[in-house]
Design a protein around this ligand. Structure first.
Ligand code: 1PR
Length: 527
């Protein structure tokens, strides 16, 4: 029996699923007594250090946790569950951590995108059974802006490089904690959990210090989901966002089955976009929650859900805040939510007033769940002009792809409602503003390229990458493995997403990875 400490701040479902996948039963700690009685304790944390410590205090968990740790009973902290073990964090000055280890938690100081999101390696510093059976160059999923700085070097279990070398896990006796998410790290992560739950002899892992680890470029499979004409939820795919063929919604398969296939093929992440979410009452869209629940039972890489993340009033007159809507998705297995239309309205308001209200979906959700949980999905379309002066309020670029009229300047107009309505804000400004408001990642689509197989819009992608310091996922237009290489080598995107070529089995995901290996840093799963 494994006890799981859930303080209510995010996706613990995937940790539960991953432990159950290893054949163990999970008991949720509802009180300090549950912690005191636990044989093995797993503490996954997400969100904000200050909020976490406050909830642990309010629930009376601090003393039982310290007693458990001091008794050297098997403990695995994950992410914020690692940070909690230290004395304090720059994320919440003035708030004490558990102080089980001396040292503190600091924000990354690097030129690279922060949060550090994605698959990175580990350099193992001392013998451990935690990584038994794993390849030396295994990668694990990280998503964080802060990292621990222990005072005692003896507790350092692994280090990872991201602009700087940082401590990516610690261990002392039976207490271990990782910055990465084993429950989101595919087969390697499941092996770590199994090794914690059923420890074997300490493996003689070769110490690879001072080998540098590298962040992998991510390959994301995207599933655009909506009801077909008979009301059945299907994965569909459009050209320039038009998902109908001969008047019928294209049906490319069931969302859960397809997500499982892509996981087996080595997808580094899966994104579901509920493409009609903008017009439904999202919380009545229970099938989408069910899709997430069922997917997270079998898929152990990050899951993003977008579509309909906004505040609204339902048919019974009940008001739902965007935070409540997002919370439902997180509880059902999502690791990140993606905001589309609402982000455009939020940015427009902010540009008008120049004031942060704290009320927007971006601010509220990032405050509670962390910026890494908030993705902005942008649906831009090119608008050509003869001269930049023709669009004085927009960021205009000179393009190497003039329109049929020979106009050599364009801006990237944001749209809402699945591309149905153009708005006055451009994609470069939108993404910059959303970052300021707390977004942690940009999913950058292109209506012009969607479904064309003509390659990613490198001009759009470069313009946005230059404007933000958070990770950007390139989307729309992938037609060959070469297109992935092109976007990874000619822009600074951290991930590339495709839909059509994968759904039509025109280019299996594993083949993309095979083509990319030894050309760009990737996670080997699927090759
Ligand atoms: O506005 O917050 O409700 O979110 C709606 C979400 O649904 C947005 O993320 C928006 O991008 C998405 N969406 C809305 N309508 C469509 C549509 O296709 N009619 N799909 C749509 C967006 C773009 C990508 C696609 C890539 C890659 N689809 O998701 O998967 O373009 O395709 P490709 O590799 O085949 O070129 P809200």
């Amino acid at each position: 029996m494994v006890t799981l400490l859930d303080y209510g701040a995010g996706n613990v479902r995937s940790v539960v699923n991953a432990i159950e996948k290893s054949g163990h039963t999970v008991h949720m700690a509802a009180s300090g007594d549950d912690i005191a009685r636990a044989e093995k304790l797993v503490f996954p944390g997400v969100g904000n250090f200050g909020k976490m410590m406050q909830v642990l205090g309010d629930k009376g968990f601090v003393e039982p946790l310290l007693t458990f740790l001091r008794a050297d009973k098997p403990f695995l902290g994950i992410c914020l569950g690692l940070h909690a073990l230290f004395e304090k964090s720059h994320e919440a000055p003035g708030i004490a951590g558990l102080g089980f280890f001396t040292g503190e938690v600091r924000r990354f100081e690097t030129e690279l995108s922060v949060p550090h999101i994605g698959w990175n390696g580990i350099s193992v510093k001392k013998p451990t059974s935690l990584f038994s059976g794993l390849a030396e160059d295994e990668k694990f999923y990280f998503v964080h802006s802060y990292h621990v700085v222990p005072q005692n070097p003896d507790v350092v279990l692994t280090r990872t490089d991201y602009g700087q070398s940082f401590v990516s896990s610690v261990a002392a006796g039976n207490i271990a904690a990782t910055q990465f998410h084993p429950e989101k790290s595919g087969a390697a992560g499941l092996a770590v959990l199994r090794n914690f739950l059923e420890p074997g002899p300490e493996a003689a892992i070769e110490l690879r210090d001072p080998v540098r680890t590298h962040l992998a470029k991510r390959i994301v499979a995207c599933l655009d989901v909506r009801p077909d004409d008979a009301g059945q939820l299907v994965v569909t795919k459009g050209d320039h966002y038009d998902v109908r063929k001969n008047g019928q919604v294209r049906d490319l398969g069931g969302p859960v089955d397809l997500a499982r296939d892509y996981y087996a093929q080595g997808a580094d992440e899966i994104t579901f976009l509920n493409i009609t979410g903008f017009r439904d009452f999202p919380m009545q869209d229970m099938p989408m929650l069910d899709v997430l629940r069922r997917t997270s039972e079998h898929v152990f890489v990050p899951l993003t859900i977008g579509g309909g993340i906004r505040s609204y009033t339902d048919a019974d007159g009940r008001n739902w805040s965007s935070l409540e809507v997002a919370a439902q998705y997180f509880r059902s297995g999502a690791d990140k939510i993606s905001i589309g239309s609402d982000a455009v309205y939020i940015a427009e308001d902010y540009l008008k007033t120049g004031k942060k209200t704290g009320d927007s979906a971006i601010e509220q959700i990032s405050e509670v769940y962390g910026s890494q949980a908030v993705v902005i999905s942008v649906d831009p379309r090119r608008v050509y002009v003869h001269d930049p002066a023709d669009a004085p309020d927009q960021v205009v670029i000179e393009t190497a792809e003039p329109d049929p009229e020979g106009r050599c300047f364009c801006w990237f107009q944001c749209t809402v409602s699945g591309g149905r309505e153009g708005r006055p804000v451009d994609a470069v400004t939108l993404t910059r503003v959303c970052q300021e408001l707390g977004a942690g990642e940009i999913l950058l689509n292109s209506i012009d390229r969607d479904g064309t197989g003509a390659g990613f819009d490198l001009e759009l992608i470069s313009a946005v990458c230059d404007a933000v310091s958070i990770p950007v996922i390139a989307s729309s237009g992938a037609g060959s493995a070469e297109h992935f290489l092109e976007v990874f080598t000619r822009t600074s995107v951290e991930a590339a997403l495709a839909a059509g070529i994968f759904h039509r089995q025109q280019l299996p995901l594993g083949q993309v990875k095979q083509y990319l290996q030894n050309k760009v840093e990737i996670r080997r799963e699927g090759i």
